[in-house]
Write a protein that binds this ligand. Structure first.
Ligand SMILES: *[C@@H]1O[C@H](CO)[C@@H](O)[C@H](O)[C@H]1NC(C)=O
Ligand SMILES: *[C@@H]1O[C@H](CO)[C@@H](O)[C@H](O)[C@H]1NC(C)=O
Ligand SMILES: *[C@@H]1O[C@H](CO)[C@@H](O)[C@H](O)[C@H]1NC(C)=O
Ligand SMILES: *[C@@H]1O[C@H](CO)[C@@H](O)[C@H](O)[C@H]1NC(C)=O
Ligand SMILES: *[C@@H]1O[C@H](CO)[C@@H](O)[C@H](O)[C@H]1NC(C)=O
Ligand SMILES: *[C@@H]1O[C@H](CO)[C@@H](O)[C@H](O)[C@H]1NC(C)=O
Ligand SMILES: *[C@@H]1O[C@H](CO)[C@@H](O)[C@H](O)[C@H]1NC(C)=O
Ligand SMILES: *[C@@H]1O[C@H](CO)[C@@H](O)[C@H](O)[C@H]1NC(C)=O
Ligand SMILES: *[C@@H]1O[C@H](CO)[C@@H](O)[C@H](O)[C@H]1NC(C)=O
Ligand SMILES: *[C@@H]1O[C@H](CO)[C@@H](O)[C@H](O)[C@H]1NC(C)=O
Ligand SMILES: *[C@@H]1O[C@H](CO)[C@@H](O)[C@H](O)[C@H]1NC(C)=O
Length: 848
């Protein structure tokens, strides 16, 4: 074999193949190495020496196309490198990777002599090369007699994944380019790169759209341990006299970890680590945090959904449909949206009576790259746009007239009352005009669209869909509108809703949201096996919670509100209205309800990992919450609360934040639940007063527990307690018997004595970097300060968390005695069989 010098003769190749298939046993790939003259066939893989990585052929998702790639051994979906991302193969039986005699790696399909992909090395190489897959996931073409003489390595040609050990050279700029979507490794629109790798070793990561528009950049690395995230990866700069030999690299603090950074199709860069204890890939870091921060995520004429949702980030403007439905189902919006009906001038139907028109879209973030027009007023501006066929939209404000041509990128509906958005006028075909062109009908459209929306906002109790249906039911005796829970398909319902979202505007969406499915009591009984004890998940303050399984296999949680509980019809109504309207990845989703025979029942999504207290305070289970998970939980709770306080259209105070109300999904992401006691405060109002004090001892702020004054700062207080509990693994009330001490005081005294690290949960492995934990302790203490004015708002908290380097103020003394007096009030305590003994929900009527 070694004497064979060329593979250009077809018969030689054929003979080689014949020999290889004959002597498969002798010639097949040996472990981690491919030798010259040998091929890797479609059914073979190369395994790195320590069995960490595997190289071979794969088909992504449901795609039938074949790629050569590297993945983590045992995780065939965790592809870290793809060779032929632009040139897939389609014939499995005849694909092969061949190490030629002249030392090049070649990927062939069928009997074709033209490689689909190759390493393209041109200088003469020795014929004693070998291709080796290393335990770092690097596929290296090297001199077989001198392992440090490397001709080519996959690390120098990364796909979308940065693995520890990869070198970012100063002599060339390596780019990490996202896959187009989860089933197509072709280069997508988003890429990550570095700038500034120079003599002093300062470096900055950035994310870019279409290799042209930078939308995120990291801070500059200055040699300390803080670039991006430091508890898992250690970054270092390797200097050399020869400038082009300098590089920047990272390694793992714990070499046995599996971890990487990846830029994905939604434009986010994520740090992923395999958590052995939980058997999940968990996200330890990501940026940017919101889809709306990714430039042009939704493509032309696409608009970022509000609220932010990375798993379903986009919709099309009215009059537009997704360019490729299949792609958008895979979350790939690079094709954007296209018109449903062509414009009049696009179609050259000039004589037609149908004219293009402009649809006003309010409160938008405007696309960049507008053209200025000299038009002096709004009607002139409209005319300027109408007259030019290439104009797709215009906007007019006091600074003048702006017009846009071609696809509109980077659109976003801004939250009401938040950043100030502007009105944009979008050119649409006459066929998209809401109904015909008569004024009367237009007026009707406004009534149909606007009235329910206004009703929704202003007259919540009236617009309560469940209740409305119950009334009907009471009158007729039978309930024709009740659904059978067992047969219900929540997935279909959600899909339908998403389709609705894709094609319609936000108002319609919200209208739809408020329609909660109502279920019959019989079907709830059937789904929960007659409320059998086996199905019982636990008992909250207001009643038992059951798990139910529907015929289609979906699992849901059923919360029965006990009749004697504190939660009356008012709270029930509250909770239902509130949650049906709230959508955020850190809030539990309400799927339906049932009101029959004095029973009040809520149907929720099922959270397989129970609640936070289940792990946090259990001596063995607490070990399952590593520091990354804890940090993610704190950040998730903060995001959920911020949404409640600020970004949901209503300002909502939760009032009963505690570990048992933080549920965990299958990936240990936190979701805030139990809105039974939440209150809406109107508009800019941030504080209110109540006669009825409800909450949980240990989590209530002093001004609320004592004076019934609640505000968003009462939730901030509870959040602070939660943070300290999550970091320390101790209940605030666990110090109860010790008169002088509680967790808040203990934490504050440790901080004062500069011994904060003593607070950290001792049961779990010490993190490699403690600075973030110390920061959380300080943030927690800032949140539990005695005076509500001193406490930060949740948006302050978020910026303290995300801005790792901004100095924090020194917390004043915590409100040590909070809730202490509560125990003296005439409290009604409802705790029968509560799953966590100390977590008693108090509902007290305060004498005034
Ligand atoms: C090899 O060269 C061909 C032709 O010049 C080019 O199309 C291909 O992208 C190159 N492959 C790699 C891996 O650089
Ligand atoms: C192996 O290759 C490296 C890099 O090319 C070179 O510095 C070294 O001298 C070589 N070692 C031997 C034994 O040839
Ligand atoms: C990306 O940029 C290229 C030119 O660099 C351009 O041809 C292409 O249309 C752009 N893609 C999108 C989706 O705008
Ligand atoms: C490194 O050099 C760049 C310019 O070359 C400069 O902007 C940066 O501040 C320097 N960083 C440090 C840490 O000196
Ligand atoms: C790097 O920057 C961080 C914060 O910006 C600072 O705390 C640290 O001291 C700096 N390190 C060096 C070596 O300059
Ligand atoms: C520096 O390194 C590059 C790449 O390895 C090499 O091509 C170049 O000759 C080196 N320059 C000097 C001055 O050694
Ligand atoms: C142009 O308009 C005519 C009549 O309105 C229609 O039949 C035709 O399909 C349109 N052409 C295109 C390209 O949409
Ligand atoms: C806009 O300006 C034009 C002339 O510049 C004038 O004829 C027209 O009346 C103005 N329209 C409004 C609404 O002011
Ligand atoms: C329409 O806009 C294009 C692009 O700016 C410009 O080249 C063209 O002259 C305009 N046409 C008219 C009639 O103003
Ligand atoms: C008009 O809109 C542009 C683009 O969004 C903005 O920069 C400018 O500040 C606005 N002017 C006024 C007066 O609002
Ligand atoms: C985000 O979208 C996905 C897919 O539609 C949905 O399942 C999820 O509930 C949404 N999350 C939020 C917080 O709205």
């Amino acid at each position: 074999m070694g004497s064979m010098t060329t593979n250009h003769q077809p018969w030689l190749l054929f003979a080689l193949l014949l020999i290889m298939s004959y002597y498969r046993a002798c010639f097949s790939v040996a472990g981690d190495t491919l030798s010259p003259g040998h091929s890797l066939l479609e059914s073979d893989t190369i395994l790195s020496q320590g069995r960490k990585f595997e190289l071979g052929f794969f088909k992504p998702g449901t795609s039938s196309k074949i790629y050569l790639g590297i993945w983590y051994k045992g995780f065939p979906d965790e592809i870290v490198w793809v060779a032929n991302r632009e040139n897939p193969l389609s014939h499995p039986s005849s694909s092969r990777l061949y190490l030629s005699e002249n030392g090049n790696l070649l990927l062939f399909e069928g009997s074709s002599e033209i490689p689909v992909w190759s390493t393209n090395l041109t200088f003469p190489l020795s014929n004693i090369n070998e291709a080796v897959l290393g335990d770092d996931g690097n596929f290296v073409l090297r001199d077989s007699s001198n392992a440090s003489c490397i001709f080519w390595e996959s690390f120098d040609h990364p796909t979308d994944t940065l693995l520890p050990g990869l070198k970012l050279w100063s002599r060339k700029s390596q780019q990490f380019i996202s896959w187009k979507n989860s089933e197509d490794p072709a280069p997508g629109l988003f890429s990550a790169g570095t700038v500034g790798l120079n003599a002093n070793g300062s470096i900055q990561f950035f994310l870019e759209w279409n290799r042209s528009q930078i939308y995120w950049s990291s801070e500059v690395w200055n040699g300390s341990d803080t670039l991006i995230w430091s508890s898992i990866f250690k970054w270092s700069f390797v200097s050399s006299k020869n400038e082009s030999e300098r590089y920047f690299t990272c390694s793992l603090y714990n070499p046995s970890n599996l971890a990487n950074y990846r830029i994905d199709q939604t434009g986010q860069i994520r740090g992923l680590v395999w958590e052995t204890g939980l058997s999940i890939w968990s996200e330890f870091w990501y940026a940017p945090t919101k889809p709306s921060d990714v430039y042009a995520l939704c493509g032309a004429f696409g608009v970022v959904q509000y609220p932010d949702n990375f798993s379903n980030p986009c919709e099309c403007l009215r009059g537009f449909k997704p360019f490729l439905m299949e792609d958008t189902r895979l979350n790939d919006w690079s094709g954007g949206c296209v018109r449903k009906s062509p414009l009049q001038c696009e179609n050259n139907t000039h004589g037609s009576v149908k004219k293009d028109w402009f649809m006003k879209i309010s409160n938008m973030r405007l696309p960049v790259y507008s053209k200025a027009n000299l038009a002096l007023n709004a009607s002139r501006c409209e005319l300027a746009c109408m007259e030019n066929c290439s104009c797709t939209a215009y906007a007019y404000n006091r600074s003048g007239c702006m017009i846009w041509e071609g696809g509109l990128l980077n659109l976003q509906h801004l939250p009401y009352g938040g950043e100030i958005g502007q009105d944009i006028y979008l050119r649409l075909a006459a066929d998209e005009y809401p109904d015909s062109s008569t004024k009367g009908k237009k007026w009707k459209v406004w009534v149909v669209v606007l009235l329910p929306t206004i009703g929704l906002i202003l007259c919540l109790p009236i617009y309560f869909s469940c209740k409305g249906r119950i009334k009907r039911k009471d009158q007729t005796g039978e309930s024709p509108s009740s659904n059978n829970l067992l047969l219900f398909d929540f997935d279909a319902e959600l899909h339908e809703m998403n389709d609705e979202m894709n094609t319609n505007n936000n108002m319609k969406k919200r209208e739809k949201d408020a329609e909660l499915p109502l279920f019959s009591y019989e079907s709830v009984l059937a789904a929960t096996n007659n409320l059998s004890a086996v199905n019982k998940l636990g008992e909250g303050g207001f009643g038992p919670v059951y798990k139910a399984k529907l015929l289609k296999g979906q699992e849901i949680a059923v919360k029965m509100l006990s009749k004697r509980s504190g939660q009356g019809i008012e709270e029930f109504r509250n909770e239902t209205i509130l949650i049906a309207k709230l959508q955020h990845r850190n809030l539990v989703r309400l799927l339906g309800c049932c009101i029959e025979r004095d029973e009040k029942i809520l149907i929720y999504e099922y959270m397989p990992n129970k609640s936070l207290d289940f792990y946090l305070f259990d001596p063995t289970k607490k070990k399952m919450l590593g520091w990354e998970t804890r940090i993610r939980i704190i950040e998730g709770i903060a995001q959920g609360l911020l949404y409640l306080h600020q970004y949901s259209r209503l300002r909502i105070i939760h009032r009963d934040l505690k570990p048992s109300n933080i549920l965990l999904d299958s990936e240990m992401n936190p979701k805030i639940s139990d809105f039974g006691m939440a209150r809406i405060v109107g508009g800019n109002e941030t504080q209110a007063n109540t006669n009825r004090i409800v909450g949980t001892y240990g989590y209530m702020s002093p001004e609320y527990a004592m004076d019934g004054l609640y505000s968003i700062k009462s939730d901030v207080f509870s959040f602070g307690v939660l943070v300290l509990e999550i970091v320390s693994g101790r209940k605030n009330t666990s110090f109860y018997n010790n008169e002088s001490l509680n967790l808040l005081r203990y934490a504050w005294e440790l901080l004062r004595d500069d011994r904060s690290l003593d607070l950290m949960e001792p049961a779990i492995r010490y993190p490699s970097s403690t600075s973030i934990i110390l920061r959380f302790i300080k943030i927690g203490l800032l949140c539990v300060q005695e005076s509500p004015i001193d406490r930060p708002t949740m948006s302050d908290v978020i910026s303290m968390i995300s801005n790792e380097h901004a100095p924090l103020p020194t917390p004043k003394q915590a409100a040590f005695s909070s809730g202490r007096n509560m125990m003296d009030t005439n409290s009604t305590v409802d705790s029968a069989g509560s799953c966590s003994k100390n977590s008693v929900t108090i509902s007290a009527m305060k004498a005034r």
